[in-house]
Design a protein around this ligand. Structure first.
Ligand SMILES: [Zn+2]
Ligand SMILES: [Zn+2]
Length: 361
């Protein structure tokens, strides 16, 4: 699991380059492998974080896309959907400029960092996406109902009634800004502010759309189908660019961030990419050895029980776990053995067990 670079360095998201450099020096000094109490893994992680955050371009890309799985970039061009992952999959060296890859869990919802840069844009939306265990494991499609602002179809987002169009604002002549001159004791003071007539938009609507009342967007329930990549885990996020709130009067829509929630499964549990199950086996099989059927995601599999297997023993079925989200292969299935101690014994069974007891078993 990739750690957050800001957390690694112990700096705020808005930290300056100087603060980042300073934090890096302190941390690098603290964890240097040559020092007593040093930690080379930690040192490497800090170094990696610094390589990204100290480079303004890489940092911006990290801020923007971080470790989000960006679905929108997958849609369209690639008809094969998620089958089209680059064969080599994820490598340790991530080129943040090439987002044709999946990243693991992303840090929060962005804290509004990008909002300030793009003022006239619909808001981002965060929502949870419940999927079942199997869909998380093998991928698939999940439909979701979402109430959000969408572009008004009547005015195509312009906000102007059909047959009319927004007109250039008479107050600011389209610039969206007005100059004000105030007389003060220090003389004339000039300031620039948003135009009070058009609120900075540069256009006004004389005949507002009857459906959206000039907003260019309306609240609507929409059904979205989301592609789920195989191996995704609870807490990871899927980003759908442009599926957030529609912008006012035709400005770009925000993004939709879906946090995956995995519904509990009656049989399987998950630990990273391993699947955990409990198998209850007869006392005789535990003692003498044998083969029992165990449920896996691929159906029943015969599991060899070595003679003398104690309760609580964990046996591993290789490659029957969750497909790795990054790259090829699957995790394992780990089977915890439980013993089936009979509650009702036939007379014969009782007699045989007593004989065993006499043997000291
Ligand atoms: Zn409209
Ligand atoms: Zn104006």
């Amino acid at each position: 699991m990739a750690a957050d670079y800001y957390e690694l360095l112990g700096v705020a998201r808005g930290a300056s380059q100087d603060e980042i450099k300073k934090a890096f020096r302190t941390k690098a000094h603290q964890h240097h492998p040559d020092k007593a109490g040093g930690d080379s893994d930690k040192f490497k992680a800090i170094n990696e974080a610094y390589q990204v955050l100290s480079d303004p371009q890489k940092r911006q890309q990290y801020d923007q896309y971080g470790q989000t799985f960006d679905q929108a970039r997958r849609q369209g061009g690639n008809a094969g959907g998620f089958g089209g992952f680059p064969g080599g999959g994820y490598s340790g060296n991530v080129d943040f400029g090439d987002l044709g890859d999946i990243f693991g869990d992303m840090f929060g919802f962005g804290g509004g960092r990008r909002q300030s840069a793009r003022q006239s844009r619909g808001r981002d939306i965060a929502a949870s996406l419940p999927i079942d265990f199997r869909t998380a494991a093998f991928g698939g499609e999940q439909t979701l109902q979402l109430n959000h602002a969408v572009v008004c179809q009547r005015c195509q987002g312009s906000g102007a009634e059909q047959g009319s169009a927004p007109v250039t604002c008479a107050t600011c002549h389209g610039s969206g800004q007005v100059q004000r001159v105030q007389q003060t004791i220090l003389g004339a003071m000039q300031s620039i502010g948003a135009c009070p007539t058009c609120h900075g938009e540069g256009t006004t609507i004389q005949n507002p759309c009857g459906r959206c009342r000039g907003e260019g967007r309306i609240e609507q329930r929409e059904s979205l189908t989301v592609k789920i990549p195989a191996g995704i885990a609870a807490g990871q996020k899927i980003k759908l660019s442009g599926k957030g709130e529609a912008g006012r009067r035709g400005t770009p829509a925000g993004d939709l961030f879906l946090e995956v929630e995995v519904k509990p499964d009656p049989t399987f549990e998950r630990a990273d990419d391993d699947v955990l199950v409990t198998a209850t086996i007869p006392l005789t099989v535990a003692s003498l050895g044998g083969v029992v059927d165990v449920m896996t995601l691929d159906g029943n599999v015969g599991l060899k029980i070595p003679a003398g297997t104690p309760a609580g023993k964990v046996l591993v079925i290789k490659g029957r776990g969750i497909p790795h989200l990054r790259g090829r292969g699957r995790g394992d299935q780990r089977v915890t053995i439980d013993l089936d101690v009979p509650k009702h014994l036939s007379a014969k069974a009782k007699k045989l067990l007593k004989e065993l007891q006499a043997e000291g078993i």
